[in-house]
Write a protein that binds this ligand. Structure first.
Ligand code: NAD
Length: 503
């Protein structure tokens, strides 16, 4: 029998790996095999305080470096991220369970965010008014905040941390990333890339941990802004605590995303889109489609018939199985929660149209669950009300487009939604009236590209500002407005410089 080597992980602070001192650790699993592969240190308040002090020194250096020189580091970081895609995709797959193709997809999305951050010199340009009165010129600039933190979820070990943090660093802040303790390898790998790219010590830090580390960051007076992505209850608690401690906080939570299928929709396109958007990554995406909402009984019957046929062909497997459509859930606990939601729904009267409880997989110790479809789900059922982070998806039947809109608008979440239709007027009515932050028309997952803003409505987001797009600059900088008067005097520097001006 072979035994798995348990790796002892570290933090990354002030440009180097730092061993944990708290004596507390978390277990990291390979979900495809269901085995523990590493122990991650869980930082104490004292360790967080040390990291913040070192990051503050890093900030003092970094924020004074010209924006052009900061971009040199960022360009190198982008090249390294791109060059290391293959290795990084394997790391993501191993600790998260998603397939290599899916992991590469998230890396390409992360690169988009770095591309946007490379436009920081443009996005940081302020406003200027000449002679607002008495030879006074007025101008406003964006200044970095100082030490800032990003607290990330497990489901996108690279895309979300990169999207949250890169612009923050580009505009001159020092970053403390607190990754999910379930996927620390990817964040530590990112640290190596930042160091190799030339980020000065203290500018990019990873502090591993759980609630204790998060609370220490939220309470520390030198942490100026908190960007959080995770589940809604934690997002709300972080928003409340962070703002109580006078921090700028944005906290992105969970979702329950719908696909409305109109009677005039291309049914094959809708079914194909639903399968990928609903079950991809074992449904562990905040933008995964949770509910199909077919309009009219005929549409519903035809949609469910085609969908259940398609589900039969789905292949579940390990992250490195190239034939797998999706992989394992993140943990045994997560699998148990999803099963509990499924069994509760059956008790509440939902009809099991496809049963994924016993998937055919090579390694049955992994945390696998197959694609499961519940038909005749109603809004009063728990499986409809709650976010289910695993491959149990619902069909909620409605009679009209208006009913679909009212149903979706009444839900507490408002992350993403999409409609499949051939009718421009139906699409227009839908996009106008739907109370959701990210809306699609005939697209499977309406996740915006990296240079547009990302964020849900209602209890999917707490605080101001969105992530990914230009809003990131506004969130991670503060404005200063200067009114300046220089009376007209002659200027003579008394020296000549013949070299080409450079930053
Ligand atoms: P989670 O809320 O359990 O954890 C997120 C982060 O918060 C982790 O770093 C974790 O260590 C920390 N954390 C957990 N409990 C905490 C507590 N009590 N106090 C302080 N910190 C705590 O979320 P998860 O399971 O890692 O991720 C899945 C969730 O994230 C889903 O709900 C999903 O919808 C959501 N998500 C949202 C978005 C979005 O953009 N809206 C994107 C990705 C994931």
């Amino acid at each position: 029998m072979t035994t798995t080597q348990i790796e002892k992980l570290t933090h990354f602070v002030n440009g180097e790996k730092v061993e944990g001192k708290s004596g507390r650790t978390g277990d990291v699993y390979n979900p495809s095999l269901g085995v523990k592969i590493a122990e991650v240190p869980l930082a104490s308040t004292e360790e967080v305080n040390e990291a913040v002090a070192l990051a503050k020194k890093g900030y003092e250096t970094w924020s004074k470096i010209s924006v052009g020189k900061r971009m040199d580091v960022l360009r190198k970081f982008r090249t390294l991220l791109d060059e290391n895609t293959e290795e990084l995709a394997l790391i993501i797959g191993k600790e998260n369970g998603k397939t290599i193709d899916d992991a590469k997809g998230e890396i390409s999305r992360a690169l988009e965010s770095v591309d946007l951050a490379l436009s920081a010199p443009h996005l940081l340009k302020g406003e200027h008014s000449v002679n607002v009165g008495g030879e006074i010129n007025a101008y406003s600039v964006h200044r970095p905040l100082g030490v800032v933190t990003c607290i990330a979820p497990f489901n996108f070990p690279i895309m979300v941390p990169v999207a949250m943090s890169t612009m923050a660093v580009a505009v001159g802040n020092a970053m403390i990333l607190k990754p999910s303790e379930k996927v620390p390898f990817s964040a530590l790998f990112l640290s190596e890339l930042w160091a190799e790219a030339g980020a000065p010590a203290g500018v990019w830090n990873v502090v591993n941990g759980d609630k204790e580390a998060v609370d220490a960051l939220l309470e520390h007076p030198d942490v100026k802004a908190v960007s959080f992505v995770g589940s809604t209850p934690v997002a709300e608690a972080i928003y409340e605590k962070g703002t109580k401690h006078h921090k700028r906080v944005q906290a992105f939570g969970g979702g329950k995303n719908n696909m409305v299928i109109m009677p005039d929709a291309d049914l094959d396109a809708a079914v194909n889109s639903f399968v990928g958007a609903a079950f991809g990554a074992a449904s562990q995406r905040c933008m995964a489609i949770s509910n199909a909402v077919p309009v009219g009984e005929q549409t519903a019957d035809a949609f469910v018939a085609k969908l259940t046929e398609k589900i039969k062909d789905l292949k579940i497997g390990a992250y490195d199985d190239e034939t797998a459509d999706f992989g394992a859930l993140i943990s045994a606990e997560s699998k148990a929660n999803v099963l509990k939601a499924l069994e509760g729904a059956i008790e509440e009267g939902a009809v099991l149209a496809a049963d994924g409880r016993n998937p055919q997989v090579a390694d049955d110790k992994g945390f696998y669950l197959g694609a499961t479809l519940l038909d005749h789900v109603t809004p009063d059922m728990n499986v409809y009300k709650q976010e289910v982070f695993g491959p149990v998806r619902n069909v909620v039947r409605v009679n009209t487009l208006e009913e679909a809109i009212d149903l979706i608008n009444a839900h507490e979440f408002g992350n993403g939604v999409t409609i499949f239709t051939d009718s421009g007027s139906a699409a227009r009515k839908f996009t106008e009236n739907i109370e959701v932050g990210m809306v699609g028309v005939n697209v499977p997952i309406p996740i915006p590209v990296g240079y547009h803003n990302f964020g849900g409505w209602k209890r999917s987001t707490f605080g101001e500002g969105q992530m990914f797009g230009p809003d990131t600059v506004r969130f991670f900088t503060k404005r200063k407005t200067i009114s300046e008067r220089w009376l007209d005097t002659s200027y003579n520097e008394n020296k000549s410089d013949f070299s080409f001006p450079s930053n």
